[in-house]
Design a protein. Structure first.
Length: 328
């Protein structure tokens, strides 16, 4: 069943829409654009995304937030059932969000591992066929972050999550997000990737996680957001080198997150990495799992006139098409 889910996700020129923002996060984004941050507006916005007529032309799966999976509807139909009717696989974000690590103002671990197993049967019955767990790593050369202790904690939890998810019949997406915030250069980013990936894949092997039934959701190897934009040819080289060094041959697949990049950066870096991977004969399938890179323009357009639904969906379709074309 998990292998079947992988095959459906990595269809030609298709990717994942990450629509798993918590209610708190999406309310913050809506209010920043002058919209009411309430349940009604959230549902209206989700309906625009999921109701876009050609969504299934570019998207093979959607990561959902718990409330969306369990409560929200489109035209009287539960969201997962609606997506399945369009041959799109529903997924679920299962982590419990971030918590301060050892009292740090900078470092965070992801909570919720202790309650994870009990929810999986319900998620599966609701239609979810894959799950996602996110951990974050901040880079600060001044404070020597991320610390070895945080890397140990987060990578161990990611491996435990992956094992639980596989045993529960849902394809796991492990997301060790290395944040862009800061003034670190691409070499310093690469060094953190080396430390995190080394620990992560050691932990996965120790816990006997099936690599061919596992998806890595990762950032691109880029400089911090306070530095000038990296050229695609540099990003593709650094990123694929990391893949060749650490990704097991039988890995189920890799999807990229946009992680604060602009839509244009997200699409150009993706295309550059795809080309470099082909040149290097890197065989693991690669796609995207974007949130803001696909939604920023859409949400901004909608905020100007919430009655213009079809126009807003056209904006969304254009960015979906750009992401899809980047895979070619």
């Amino acid at each position: 069943m998990i292998k079947d889910t992988i095959n459906k996700i990595f269809q030609k020129s298709k990717g994942i829409l990450a629509a798993d923002e918590s209610s708190k996060t999406i309310i913050k984004r809506l209010t920043a654009l002058g919209l009411d941050g309430n349940e009604k507006k959230i549902t209206e916005y989700r309906n625009i995304l999921f109701g876009t007529s050609d969504l299934n032309k570019f998207i093979s799966g959607v990561i959902l937030y718990k409330d969306t999976l369990e409560k929200q509807q489109i035209n009287g139909v539960n969201v997962p059932d609606f997506l399945i009717s369009k041959n799109i696989i529903p997924g679920i974000k299962v982590d419990g969000g971030l918590e301060s690590f050892n009292g740090s103002d900078i470092e965070s671990y992801t909570k919720g591992l202790d309650k994870l197993k009990e929810d999986y049967e319900r998620y599966y019955k609701l239609g979810a066929r894959f799950s996602k767990w996110r951990s974050v790593f901040s880079i600060s050369t001044k404070n020597n972050n991320p610390t070895d202790d945080l890397i140990e904690k987060n990578t161990n939890d990611l491996a435990d999550y992956a094992k639980i998810s596989q045993e529960s019949g849902l394809l796991p997406f492990i997301e060790p997000e290395i944040l862009r915030d800061g003034d670190h250069n691409i070499k310093e980013t690469r060094e953190v990737f080396e430390r995190v990936f080394k620990s992560l894949f050691e932990k996965l092997a120790e816990k006997n996680v099936d690599f061919d039934s596992l998806i890595l959701k990762t950032s691109f190897v880029v400089s911090g957001s306070m530095l000038p934009e990296d050229a695609p040819e540099i990003v593709q080289k650094e990123t694929v080198e990391i893949f060749n060094k650490y990704i097991p041959e039988k890995m189920g697949g890799i999807v990229f997150l946009s992680g604060g990049l602009t839509p244009e950066q997200s699409f150009s870096y993706l295309n550059a990495v795809i080309k470099e991977a082909k040149k290097e004969e890197f065989l693991t399938p690669i796609s995207f799992s974007y949130s803001r890179a696909l939604q920023n323009n859409t949400m901004s357009h909608w905020s100007k006139d919430t009655e213009k639904i079809l126009e807003t969906q056209e904006v969304f379709s254009k960015d979906l098409k750009k992401a899809s074309e980047a895979l070619e």
